[in-house]
Design a protein around this ligand. Structure first.
Ligand code: DC
Length: 228
């Protein structure tokens, strides 16, 4: 994969990584991929088919029989069109029920293997800004620039509430906070590919920064990496 620009942006929910990754990819004129959408697709399939989320073997069977398809498309909000089997999916990925169970699904090693394989396949063919939890550590360890984006829990809750309100959804602040902290805990403490900064990641705390300011800092890191 050497020679292609790969930018890894990792961080917890609400840290702004998807917004920043999307804006950066647009600025650089390269592909963007939100890998969280792929894990969400598996969780959605489990909900739709009534597969219990704690039945690991059944979840893995389901992911094999209804594979998550990813077709790069700069016009799509996740940077790609996401399919479950033959069916394209979109806003359903962000349903509250999906958010509640997705961390459990994402902790299963065989599920991660399937998703990581597809993510690397995409990176082999094109320069990409990839957002997730394990991009700098596992998926693209040789990425030219690795960013680990954080923000206070309060800031992350407020951002997510604003996003949901913009979609016309109103969620209880305390409930959202509890869910976010729980998800962070599961993501950071799972045995495989836990959420953590790569040793060579640049850490940015976005609590007090605007999206533009974060994008500018990341773009500066990309310029300096390109200058060698
Ligand atoms: O970024 P998000 O909230 O859409 O991610 C959904 C879930 O998927 C989240 O619980 C963490 C998990 N995830 C992961 O384990 N690895 C990734 N590369 C991306 C997301």
């Amino acid at each position: 994969m050497a020679g292609l620009t790969h930018i890894a942006i990792d961080g917890p929910a609400g840290s702004g990584k998807t917004t920043v990754a999307r804006a950066l990819a647009k600025r650089l004129g390269i592909l963007y991929l939100d890998t969280g959408a792929m894990y969400r697709a598996v969780a959605l399939a489990a909900l739709e088919d009534g597969v219990p989320v704690d039945d690991e073997a059944a979840i893995v069977r389901l992911a094999r029989s209804k594979p998550v398809g990813v077709v790069p498309d700069p016009a799509a909000p996740e940077g790609s069109r996401i399919y479950l089997g033959e069916r394209e999916i979109g806003a359903e990925l962000y349903r509250n029920q999906v958010s509640t169970i997705v961390s459990v699904v994402a902790a299963y090693p065989a599920i991660r293997e399937l998703m990581v394989e597809r993510q690397r396949e995409i990176a082999r063919t094109a320069p990409v800004v990839m957002a997730g939890r394990d991009i700098g550590t596992v998926v693209l360890p040789e990425a030219s620039v690795k960013i680990f984006l954080t923000a206070s829990v309060e800031a992350r809750v407020e951002r997510r509430l604003a996003e949901l309100a913009a979609e016309g959804a109103h969620v209880d602040r305390l409930e959202l906070r509890t869910q976010m902290v729980e998800r962070d805990h599961l993501d950071a403490n799972r045995s495989i590919s836990p959420l953590k900064p790569a040793a060579d990641a640049i850490q940015i705390d976005s609590t007090e920064l605007s999206v533009d300011e974060v994008v500018e800092r990341v773009a500066a890191a990309v310029r300096s990496a390109a200058a060698g």
